[in-house]
Design a protein around this ligand. Structure first.
Ligand code: HEM
Length: 389
């Protein structure tokens, strides 16, 4: 297979969804692979399937998401407790309260971008700075530079090719930072999300300090990395290949919301093979015409399932303002459904809509064929988006 890591993510092609088949994971484990929408949806929503820790190639357990203390690796009461603490900060009501200041952050960045004038790199001035500013405000972390946060994020989400020693150094430094941050917020709580998480975790009990450290670290860098990735990849696609939607994106806020749904649904945040996230069946179960035996490993391909013509339009990019035909799997499902969904949607929605409204003549001076990629982590996005207007 040709390497996929320079193919723009909106152009990735996926195997036509098919019945379950056997596959071999990077560590040699045999697993069942599911690609059809109904099968994948059933599996990720079914309590029978539990997370399993397999030896990760490359960066190993220095990667925050694959560490045993990660929220994404738990299915027990501890996971429920940890999730409850996170969800309080990210409920639709909490996000509705945050939306005005997310708007303010967007407008301030747009003022600065317009003042700067063309040419400008949209990554430096917008797609990176917007999610970092939003997460800094939420977490109350203001004294760390964007460059430092990006350095930690690159290693927290290290992919198979990252140097192990380098990733271990960055993770150690970031962990020390988070440990000190937790101690400070215990001593002097503020109105920020981390103070609430620490208080909730301490009241709730049963959450170990390494789990709390992993969760807070994941939120600090994961909260901005994913949104930055989606904003960069969406702008690359829209400005390079769909300039005809720019005017409506800027003039119709509701339509911009529908386009946002479609971007999140159709453009995966990274190369799907980078992070298969295996599950183990805890009892025998029939899915997709086969019986999975207790103990067997399964992996799901959410990106392929999101293109399944049995659930979605055969030509899903044709009308970007059309509502999605079925619920997207882009944010996972069941016990691990992404708690940041509403925030990610609000940032992308406002970020795209306001940019198109403010700079109607925006165009890239690079293209999806020549853009340089940020590589080596489980997310992938343009390193720079040089633009003019
Ligand atoms: C476009 C942006 C985003 C996408 C596509 C995304 C996607 C996902 C997906 C697919 C999962 C489930 C992973 C699994 O099943 O193991 C997940 C989990 C998670 N996400 Fe997001 N996410 C995004 C933004 C965010 C943001 C902004 C935050 C926080 C501010 C966040 C926090 C989390 C956390 C803490 C989990 C772990 C939940 C658990 O395992 O119980 N995400 N995300």
């Amino acid at each position: 297979m040709p390497p996929t890591d320079t193919v723009p993510l909106h152009r990735l092609t996926f195997a036509r969804p098919a019945p379950p088949r056997r596959t071999t994971l990077p560590d040699g484990t045999t697993a069942w692979l599911f690609t059809r929408y109904t099968d994948v949806r059933r599996i990720i929503n079914h309590a029978t399937f539990h997370r399993v820790l397999l030896p990760a190639p490359g960066a190993g357990t220095t990667n925050l998401v694959d560490a045993p203390d990660s929220l994404t690796k738990k299915d027990d009461d501890q996971h429920l407790r940890l999730r409850r603490t996170v969800q309080r900060s990210f409920s639709p009501r909490a996000i509705a309260r945050m939306t005005p200041w997310v708007s303010t952050v967007v407008d301030q960045l747009l003022d600065a971008l317009v003042d700067h004038g063309p040419p400008a790199d949209l990554v430096t001035h917008y797609t990176q700075s917007l999610p970092i500013a939003v997460m800094s405000r939420l977490t109350g972390v203001h004294d760390v530079s964007d460059a430092r946060l990006r350095h930690w994020a690159e290693h927290a989400f290290a992919g198979a090719t990252t140097d192990r020693a380098e990733a271990a150094d960055a993770t150690r430094e970031f962990t020390d930072f988070t440990v000190n941050l937790l101690a400070e917020r215990r001593r002097t709580p503020g109105p920020d999300m981390i103070s609430s998480l620490v208080q909730a975790a301490d009241v709730e009990g049963g959450i170990t300090e390494p789990q709390l450290v992993n969760l807070v670290s994941t939120l600090i860098v994961g909260g901005h990395d994913t949104a930055m990735t989606m904003l960069g990849n969406s702008l690359l696609y829209l400005l390079d290949e769909r300039p005809e939607v720019w005017a409506r994106l800027g003039s119709d806020e509701a339509a911009a919301g529908l386009l946002t749904d479609r971007m999140l649904h159709l453009i995966p945040p990274g190369d799907p093979d980078e992070h298969p996230n295996p599950l183990r069946a805890t009892e025998d179960i029939d899915v997709g015409g086969i019986t999975i035996r207790a103990g067997e490993i399964v992996v799901v391909d959410r990106a392929a399932a999101n293109r399944d013509p049995a659930a979605f339009s055969d030509d899903p990019f044709s009308d970007l303002f059309a509502p999605l035909e079925s619920p997207t799997l882009a944010f996972g499902g069941g016990r691990h459904y992404c708690p940041g969904t509403w925030l990610a949607h609000a940032e992308l929605h406002l970020g795209l809509h306001r940019l198109a409204a403010r700079i109607p003549g925006l165009r890239l001076t690079t293209s999806a064929d020549t853009v340089e990629w940020r590589l080596g982590t489980i997310t992938r996005s343009p390193l720079h988006l040089p633009a003019t207007w």
